[in-house]
Every structure is written in structure tokens, then in C-alpha cells.
Design a protein around this ligand. Structure first.
Ligand SMILES: NC(=O)c1ccc[n+]([C@@H]2O[C@H](COP(=O)([O-])OP(=O)(O)OC[C@H]3O[C@@H](n4cnc5c(N)ncnc54)[C@H](OP(=O)(O)O)[C@@H]3O)[C@@H](O)[C@H]2O)c1
Length: 249
């Protein structure tokens, strides 16, 4: 097995496990405090990956928002925001998508060999179109990212991509923000789709942190033996068995 980057999966979902609305329009599931937390996670990564459907649905910039965090990255010799990465078979991405047009860092578009020429013609001015072989696999993508110097990868969804990382055993940790809302529409995209996940009733994932971020419940799971608790969310629980100390005053 070739080396791969340390990989953090991050997303926010409703209490009934959905990532967006039934008609796919993006919803503000998170809150501003949690968005700031996510910004810090982004700032600590070398690359951010999203599926092509997330680019079509949300048109995300995928940039570090905080100027101070950007400066910290630049002082460390990095670009202000991480490299942006996506996967697509069809390549149906708008050339005005903010994924492609914003930020100075490299943009990488992984696609199957059969689509490289056509996607290269459409998007080659804006991004590096990478031939991922006959079929794009997340393992192939992360191994190639590692060869390109990416050591810490953040995967921000959507569900199709998250499912592939989880079922392939390529995630080192999951940061799941649960928003206090229901979507209640089975047409909406789920956090994950069908698949054989390594974590079952007989092999439970390791919950290493749980706390509230405003009205959002943040759950941090260690998913591999490479889990690195020295970075990111402090390893602490706010729960009935281990009550948090009362706030001063
Ligand atoms: N709440 C959150 O935190 C959050 C975060 C992200 C996204 N979202 C939501 O999630 C929804 C999108 O999720 P989704 O599951 O539908 O899609 P997705 O994972 O964002 O993207 C799926 C698309 O990625 C490409 N793709 C995925 N795996 C591939 C592979 N192995 N080979 C080639 N291409 C591959 C395909 O693109 P082509 O069709 O171009 O071939 C596929 O249609 C949106 O509604 C978005 O708003 C929510």
C-alpha cells in the first residue's frame, strides 16, 4: 500500500442525517461558531476535496476565510488556502464555478482516462486535470495527492465522496457537526449512502470528543490507528458521565 495523506472527513448534517434540502439547495445547517471552527481545520490542511456535485449544488469557494489564518499559512511557506481537489466522471463543471475561479492555490480535477481529453479542453485553463486511470478510486486519488506533497487532506463532502472514503478505510478521523434541525425529505442527500462500513455494532468507532458549538453538537471520531489527537478539536467530552466544569461566574 502506498503512503496517503492524513485524512479528516468533515460535514454538518441534520438530526435526521441529511446534508442539504430535498431540492438540493444548500442549507445553513451549521452556525457561525462552527464555520469558524471548520475554517481553522481548513487552515491546517494542505488540500480540501469535495465531490463534483457539491461544486454544482453549493458553488463553494473552499478558501480559508480568516486573514490571520491565511497569514499564518503564508508565513509557514504555504499558499493562503489549501489546494482544491475534486473528482468527476462527467466533468460537468461550470467554468465560472468558484472552486475554479477563486484562490491562488492549485486546483486538481481527477477523472477517468476516457474523459481526460474532453475535460482538459473545458477546464484545463483553470485546473490541472489528472488522469486517474480507468476508474477513479479514492485510494488512487489520495496516493497521487501524497506524491504531490499533500500530507493532510480535508474531505468536505458530499455524501457520495464521504461514503467512498469511509467504506475504503481511507479516513483517519471524522468531524461530524449535528445541527438541531430535521429535513424530513427522503429526496435530500444523506450523510452517507449504502456500503460496507468498517464500523458496525461489533466494531464501534472511537468517539474522542463531543461538545456543543453553539447549538450544534460536534462529534469527533478516531477512525484509524493513525489518528492524531495532538491537532484539532481537544479530546474531551461534555457528557452526563463526565460533566463539564461550571463556567466561571
Ligand atoms: N452539509 C454539509 O456539510 C455538506 C457538505 C458537502 C456537500 N453537501 C451537500 O451534499 C450534496 C452533494 O452530495 P452528493 O453525494 O450528491 O455528491 P458529491 O459527493 O458532492 O459528488 C458526487 C459527484 O462526484 C463525482 N464522483 C464521486 N465519486 C466519483 C468517482 N469515484 N469517480 C468519478 N467521479 C466521482 C461524480 O461527479 P460527476 O457527476 O461530475 O461525474 C458524482 O456525481 C449537495 O446537496 C451539497 O449541498 C453538504
Amino acid at each position: 500500500m502506498s503512503p496517503r495523506p492524513y485524512t479528516v472527513l468533515s460535514c454538518s448534517m441534520s438530526m435526521d442525517g441529511f446534508l442539504a434540502a430535498g431540492d438540493r439547495h444548500p442549507l445553513m445547517l451549521s452556525n457561525s461558531a462552527d464555520l469558524d471552527r471548520v475554517d481553522e481545520v481548513r487552515a491546517g490542511c494542505d488540500a480540501i476535496l469535495v465531490g463534483a456535485e457539491t461544486i454544482r449544488a453549493d458553488d463553494p469557494r473552499l478558501l480559508v476565510r480568516s486573514a490571520a489564518r491565511q497569514e499564518r499559512r503564508v508565513a509557514a511557506g504555504a499558499s493562503p488556502s489549501p489546494v482544491k481537489v475534486t473528482v468527476t466522471a462527467r466533468g460537468a463543471l461550470d467554468r465560472n464555478a468558484r472552486f475554479l475561479t477563486t484562490g491562488s492555490a492549485e486546483k486538481l480535477v481527477y477523472c477517468p482516462s476516457s474523459a481526460v481529453a474532453a475535460i482538459g479542453r473545458r477546464l484545463g485553463t483553470f485546473a490541472t486535470v489528472v488522469d486517474a486511470g480507468q476508474r477513479v478510486t479514492m485510494r488512487g486519488v489520495v496516493e497521487d495527492l501524497h506524491r504531490r506533497g499533500i500530507r493532510r487532506l480535508m474531505v468536505e463532502g458530499g455524501g457520495s465522496v464521504l461514503t467512498q472514503f469511509l467504506t475504503a478505510g481511507l479516513a483517519d478521523e471524522l468531524q461530524l457537526a449535528v445541527a438541531p434541525v430535521f429535513i424530513g425529505d427522503s429526496r435530500a442527500p444523506r450523510f452517507v449512502g449504502d456500503g460496507r462500513f468498517p464500523w458496525t455494532t461489533g466494531n464501534r468507532a472511537d468517539l474522542v470528543a463531543a461538545r456543543s458549538v453553539g447549538d450544534v453538537a460536534l462529534l469527533r471520531y478516531a477512525l484509524s490507528d493513525r489518528f492524531d489527537g495532538t491537532r484539532g478539536e481537544p479530546l474531551a467530552m461534555t457528557s452526563g458521565s463526565a460533566p463539564a466544569p461550571p463556567a466561571p461566574g
